[in-house]
Design a protein around this ligand. Structure first.
Ligand SMILES: [Zn+2]
Length: 407
């Protein structure tokens, strides 16, 4: 009998590999297809060092494979369990110290339902400036909510900056960042009012609600949705490979439901993808900046992801990314790489769709910095450093968009 659903990651190991040349890069791609339980985290397309998480029952096969190919590796963590346990305990402890309805986004990771409660509390505090709208439901019937923030001047149809978070469940700094942006625009309005004078902000902190909740209750490193697939052993689809623009025409998605980059049976067959699509389409004609918050790797990723070609407006979008990268360097010395998704990392479909179908003026995926032992798992003590630095970049990019594309 299973008393606790919580996956403890007992004896899961974290390795670091060093790859040399394209041949070894291709090997890793092949292994991750053949062994969906080998969880590779490749920070970028051309990166030579990568991390991989291996379950205990796969460890001997994994090591044997590396030895056969004479690949160098080192063990970073022998057993993930105590670390995962400590992080979970720390977050729950911190949460107990804070009395609802106050929330402290700098010291706690909140669940999807807590985030929804927070969003629902805002219209009472800012009746003229916010609106909470539900655009649909997740597969497990969680309400998918979107917050609109204005300066309250009543002017309609301003251009929109649309920000989404938590397309991938385990990237916990992403919802924290979305909440931090909301607080900057509401609680620190005086410092940021020029960002709201001619533009409205639309923020969806959690797209993959089921997956994100699952990382809190069951399995910390879950990435996909929670909808069953044609394979009874494998659950979930990668929302960022499920969007209906050149769906399936890229190198970075998979037709195998057991892979973490599974693209689904058809484009938009996930309810969460449909909802995010509908949010984007709702603002068609007004969408001047689409920004999708992911982690990790310090990247501003521009379309296209599906092809090595560049969109016509590529240089304009690069100027916006440049403003963000410069602002972060001046502020913290943090280094961001930026450019076409295809060359820098791997396909990001939501940003391709926002440009290709919704005609967003600037469309971008932001990979927030790595933290913690895997990269997806900052300690709560890391949140403040990560979100304050990232806000410097987001703020500078928003200001650049507003300057370049006046209402
Ligand atoms: Zn992601």
């Amino acid at each position: 009998m299973v008393l606790f659903a919580w996956q403890d990651y007992k004896d899961y190991k974290l390795y670091e590999l060093k790859l040399e040349g394209a041949e070894e890069q291709n090997l890793v791609r092949k292994w991750s297809t053949e062994n969906p339980l080998w969880d590779f985290h490749k920070p970028s397309r051309n990166e030579s060092v990568l991390k991989v998480m291996i379950p205990p029952e796969e460890a001997s096969g994994f090591i044997e494979t590396l030895r056969n190919y004479h690949l160098e590796y080192k063990v970073l963590i022998e057993d993930l369990a105590p670390l995962v346990q400590a992080q979970r305990a720390e977050n729950l402890e911190k949460k107990l110290l804070i009395q609802w309805p106050h929330i402290d986004v700098l010291s706690v990771f909140y669940t999807h339902s807590e985030i929804n409660d927070y969003l629902d509390s805002l219209p009472e505090r800012y009746p003229k400036r916010v609106q909470v709208k539900q655009f649909g439901w997740s597969y497990e019937r969680r309400a998918l909510k979107v917050l609109t923030i204005t300066n309250g001047d009543g002017r309609r149809n301003k251009p929109v900056i649309l920000i989404d978070g938590t397309v991938h469940a385990r990237e916990w700094i992403s919802p924290s960042m979305a909440l931090y942006i909301i607080q900057q625009l509401l609680d620190h309005y005086v410092d940021n009012q020029e960002l709201l004078q001619d533009y409205d902000w639309v923020i969806m902190p959690v797209v993959n609600a089921d997956g994100y909740e699952y990382t809190h209750t069951d399995s910390r490193y879950w990435r996909k949705t929670r909808r069953p697939t044609s394979n009874p052993d494998c659950i979930g689809t990668d929302i960022n490979r499920n969007f209906g623009y050149e769906w399936g025409h890229d190198e970075g998605s998979s037709s195998d439901p057991c892979e973490d980059i599974y693209r689904g049976e058809r484009a938009f067959d996930q309810p969460e993808s449909q909802v995010l699509r509908d949010v984007m389409l709702h603002y068609r004609g007004r969408l001047n900046f689409y920004l999708s918050l992911h982690s990790y790797g310090n990247y501003f990723l521009l379309p296209w992801g599906y092809t090595s070609d560049f969109p016509d407006t590529y240089q304009d979008m690069m100027s916006v990314a440049d403003a963000g990268a410069k602002a972060i360097i001046y502020s913290t010395n943090g280094i961001y790489s930026y450019g076409s998704t295809y060359y820098v990392l791997y396909p990001t479909h939501t940003a391709d769709f926002a440009l290709g179908v919704v005609n967003a003026t600037v469309s971008m995926t932001m990979e927030l910095p790595a933290a913690g032992f895997q990269g997806f798992d900052p300690w709560v003590s890391h949140i403040e450093r990560l979100v304050t630095e990232s806000w410097v970049g987001v703020r500078a990019m928003a200001a650049e968009v507003i300057r370049r594309y006046p209402a």
